[in-house]
Write a new protein. Structure first.
Length: 136
């Protein structure tokens, strides 16, 4: 399996993600929305956005590993964040950066969207992440 990530000339520069991912492989893997919960289902991170991002990425890593895949196979990430404002991008990216090496998250990130929403399914959930991957 191979994933080639890139940003063609003429698209918005200086983004923390690649604009395009081209993948070849036989298995399509769709990871449901992962959130900041531990293995017992208890909330992690309180109201701290960066800590919730970390745990959400760790859970996504576990889900990918369960499908015999990794972040190297990811072609799309969609983050949903409550109470979002552009001023929070530093906290958000700090959470990503703290676990990127540990989890093998490519830099720049795979194509990604960050969508601000009013609410997620429980009031303490600030971040939810859906992922699509293609693997051999």
């Amino acid at each position: 399996m191979s994933v080639h990530r890139f940003s063609p000339a003429g698209l918005q520069p200086h983004t923390p993600y690649a604009h395009v991912a081209v993948a070849e492989g036989a298995r399509h893997i769709h990871i449901s929305g992962q959130i900041a919960r531990d293995s017992e289902g208890d909330p992690v991170g309180g109201d701290d956005l960066g800590t919730q991002v970390e745990q959400t990425l760790r859970n996504t890593h576990r889900a990918l590993a369960g499908a015999d895949a990794s972040f190297a196979d990811v072609v799309r990430m969609t983050f949903y964040v409550t109470r979002w404002s552009p001023a929070q991008i530093g906290d958000f990216m700090a959470g990503v950066e703290r676990v990127a090496g540990e989890l093998g998250i490519p830099q720049p990130l795979p194509p990604a969207s960050l969508i601000g929403v009013d609410h997620l399914f429980e009031p303490d959930v600030r971040v939810e992440l859906e992922v699509t991957a293609i693997a051999a």
